[in-house]
Design a protein around this ligand. Structure first.
Ligand code: HEC
Length: 160
């Protein structure tokens, strides 16, 4: 029986020592935690920052604007009259830079000379109403008379 008691005693001692160590560790651990992060709000913010979603679905125009400020800076598709060069580039260049279907090429003085000789009124009429392979207003029916005139002027300036 005394043998058993001895064993119980030593087991009890081991348990006591282990319990002591465990308490010590927990005290040290809590003191470390308390030292390094005094503010839990700050910690919480860091965690929220780390797990915040990469994107959110904007359900209002306001939110969309906020999410993509570039929207506002995006170039507005030419409202108002375009410059002569803009009209030429968007509506005339496709044919008149390559000479498609016999279009007089911009800069080709020989091709333009006899046409210029007809007078600007005829050129304007042909450009707006169409003339053989030349579709009315180059196919861009939204162009105003002034814009067509400006584009003709732009081409002629480079072709005489
Ligand atoms: C789809 C092709 C095409 C487009 C786009 C086009 N043209 Fe033409 N254009 C032609 C062709 C082809 C001719 C030559 C017609 C001919 O004399 O046989 C021509 C001729 C002309 C002439 C000379 C007309 C004449 O009396 O000799 C003018 C001026 C002209 N185009 C202006 C314009 C302007 C301005 C634009 C843009 C707004 C434009 N064109 C866009 C094909 C095009």
């Amino acid at each position: 029986m005394s043998e058993d008691k001895k064993i119980f005693n030593s087991i009890g001692l081991v348990i006591a020592v282990l319990a002591g160590i465990a308490i010590l560790i927990s005290i040290v651990a809590t003191s470390l935690i308390d030292d390094s992060s005094t503010s839990t709000a700050w910690q919480e913010k860091k965690v929220l920052d780390r797990i915040k979603p990469l994107g959110v679905v904007a359900t209002t125009a306001e939110e969309a604007k906020k999410a993509t400020p570039k929207l506002e800076a995006a170039p507005v598709v030419a409202s108002g009259p375009m410059s002569a060069e803009q009209v030429y580039n968007t509506a005339c260049l496709a044919c008149h830079s390559t000479g498609v279907a016999g279009a007089p090429k911009t800069g080709d003085l020989a091709a333009w000379a006899p046409r210029i000789a007809q007078g600007e009124d005829v050129l304007f009429e042909h450009a707006t109403k169409g003339f053989k392979g030349m579709p009315p207003r180059g196919g861009s029916s939204q162009l105003s008379d002034d814009e067509v005139k400006a584009a003709i002027g732009f081409m002629l300036a480079k072709s005489q």
